[in-house]
Write a new protein. Sequence first.
Length: 181
Amino acid sequence: MNQKILPASSNMKDFEQFLKSPYEIGVFLEMHVAQLKHVNAMAEAAGKKMLYHMDMIHGIKADDYSTEFICQEYKPYGLISTKSNVILKAKQKGVIAVQRIFLLDSHALEKSYKLLEKTRPDFIEVLPGGMPKLIAEVNERVKIPLFAGGFIRSAEDAENALAAGAVAVTTSKRELWDRFS
């Protein structure tokens, strides 16, 4: 991953800014399934690679069938999900699989470690990303490249996450997109 920032869009205005940016890979967080065709065509036309958050595409269920449909119909660069079946199906279809985990407490973290052993995603997205000590711990334990996301509010937060071992930071803060481009 050569990109330190993964611009995350949750609306068309942000997505259009991403399309104008120098970044090659972006994340689309939340959309209606009816927007997917248009968003995908715009990304392709701009030479951008998209990671779609399967759990946040409204109008479809994040299951094996929908994952297979999205992979076949839109050929995304990758999919992000909290669901193991989505990760496994994305990998089967040759799409980058990003397992999203939440750093809620020790119990949730241990459950996430077991899940990661099962799914072996290409990347992990750790939320909240503003916890460098835990990012370092997860990075050391699982040996899977990780993204840090959520509560990255400043350049210092992004730099701390990267210094702790994140290969990239997912953020919707456009001022950080500009700062790291």
